[in-house]
Write a new protein. Structure first.
Length: 482
């Protein structure tokens, strides 16, 4: 079972089935024992009563047995009338085995059955027990009493009762027990499921809430703590404590990155100004110029890196503000084309831009948008060998603006695709500094943040050696917001 709820319900139901099962069996066995005990008691008292009546009648001097018209010995009619009232089977036998009296129930038996029944008196078998009358039933419990004190002719009495009625009552008892158990199990499963669900509902809520805390930016969230301080309440509190600690350390980390990059900006500006001044100074020694140029390039690269770090740190802190205004994205794409063309020309790559005729209006931060598009165009040119081409396509429709930048470049391996938007991730870190594919590995991380900060998404598709397509999708302002 996948869930604790399911497991609890299963255990609960199993425990109940076992309990009810044992209970049912005990109940049935007890019922059966009692029923047969009562049956046997009744038979024995019938036998004793009959024997008692006969003995008593003889003792006071009344006749017990008399020959009837055909000369056969019979119990005298007065006594027979009394004996008729006794329930179930009853037979009174002559000392030599002849039947002197049969109760109404016994008279309904076949001759063979009567014979088997009455033989019990003279037989050597136990005086009490069960017998199945031939050829096929009924099964009766019987009790035999020999009667010595009722004259020389009287042998004994046998009383018996059909077990069918008892069996039928027991069968009904079993059916009832099984029915009650079934109903009990169904109720138990339903109730168990309900109880488990209610008990675990807060846990499900916690799971959902924790799942929503996806990254450092949602660490400010706290779980709703149930009022009852049970295990789940304590779990929520513990998790909240952990979140608070995480939030603090994340914040400290961001603070540090933001402060560090901020602190680096001023010295870098001073450095850049100094190097530039030396470069443009006609008195500078010409042989130092290449070194200075290289230094300036490194300073520029570092400034870029520091800017990127600061942007991301501020974004993490939620302090990177968007200065939104209505912009025509076509203008920004056109601007990016100009920069892109310079880069492309340099790299021997052709660049092609397709934009719609009508304006593509967005509520966006133009600086950020420019940065986003430039990042993608720069990458496309950078990772496309000479002779390749880059295509920028801007379309709008269905409430969304789509900007795609595709190239015919080196592509990205499928295993690398999930990482391209990670900070500092670069497909090949070894070539970072030296060749013209220099970079920080932060461009796409920033691009992703910009797209998402504008309520959009950024996706990538790529085939190694064939090329790459980055697609930015942004929501167009709906009629309500415009
Ligand atoms: N158009 C592209 N074609 C092939 N690989 C790309 C492309 N754009 C990005 N990448 C890969 O993704 C990595 C991260 O890109 P990015 O964040 O812009 O960093 P950078 O450009 O500074 O290396 C790059 O180093 C490169 O390996
Ligand atoms: Mg880049």
């Amino acid at each position: 079972m996948e869930t604790i709820r399911g497991r609890l319900t299963a255990w609960y139901a199993t425990a109940l089935v076992l309990t009810l099962g044992v209970f049912g069996i005990v109940l049935y066995v007890a019922g059966r024992t009692t029923a047969y005990y009562q049956l046997d008691q009744r038979i024995q008292s019938t036998a004793e009563l009959a024997a008692g009546i006969l003995t008593e009648s003889f003792r006071v001097g009344n006749p017990v047995v008399r020959d009837d018209a055909t000369g056969r010995a019979q119990i005298v009619p007065e006594l027979a009338a009394t004996l008729e009232a006794l329930p179930d089977h009853l037979a009174i036998l002559h000392r030599e085995g002849r039947v002197l009296f049969l109760s109404p129930a016994s008279r309904a038996l076949t001759l063979r059955q009567v014979e088997a029944f009455s033989r019990l008196v003279r037989g050597q078998g136990p005086r009490e027990g069960a017998i199945r009358l031939p050829p096929d039933g009924p099964t009766i419990h019987y009790a035999v009493r020999l009667v010595a004190g009722a004259g020389p002719t009287l042998g004994g009495v046998v009383a018996g009762a059909d077990v069918a009625a008892t069996e039928e009552a027991l069968r009904q008892l079993a059916v009832t027990i099984v029915f009650v158990i079934l109903v009990g199990i169904i109720a138990a499963v339903l109730v168990g499921e309900w109880v488990a669900r209610h008990a675990l509902e807060p846990l499900d809520r916690i799971i959902t809430e924790v799942r929503e805390i996806t990254d450092g930016r949602s660490l400010h969230r706290r779980l709703a703590v149930p009022r009852v301080k049970d295990e789940i309440g304590r779990l929520a509190e513990t998790l909240n404590g952990m979140l608070a600690r995480l939030e603090r350390s994340f914040a400290a980390l961001r603070r540090f990155t933001a402060d560090a990059s901020h602190e680096l900006k001023t010295p870098l500006t001073v450095l850049r100004a100094g190097v530039e001044r030396t470069l443009t100074n006609p008195k500078s020694a010409p042989e130092s110029l290449p070194v200075l140029e290289e230094t300036l390039a490194e300073i520029n690269r570092m400034t870029e890196l520091v800017e990127a770090l600061l942007t991301l740190a501020r974004a993490d802190e939620g302090r990177a503000e968007l200065h939104r205004e209505t912009v025509d994205l076509r203008t920004i794409v056109e601007e990016a084309r100009e920069t892109g063309e310079l880069l492309a020309e340099h790299a021997g790559v052709t660049i092609e831009v397709a934009i719609p005729d009508g304006p593509v209006l967005l509520e966006a931060d133009p600086t950020r948008m420019r940065q986003l598009i430039l990042n993608l165009v720069e990458n496309a040119v950078k990772y496309t060998p000479a002779g390749g081409s880059v295509r920028v396509l801007l379309v709008s429709g269905n409430g969304r603006v789509r900007l795609s930048v595709s190239d015919t470049g080196i592509g990205i391996a499928p295993g690398d695709l999930p990482h391209v938007f990670d900070r500092f991730w670069r497909a090949d870190t070894a070539r970072t500094r030296t060749d013209q594919r220099a970079g920080t590995g932060l461009g796409l991380a920033i691009s992703k943040w910009i797209a998402e900060a504008h309520g959009g998404t950024i996706d990538v598709q790529s085939r190694p050696g064939r090329g790459t397509v980055f697609t930015v999708s942004l929501p167009e302002p709906g009629p309500s917001s415009g």
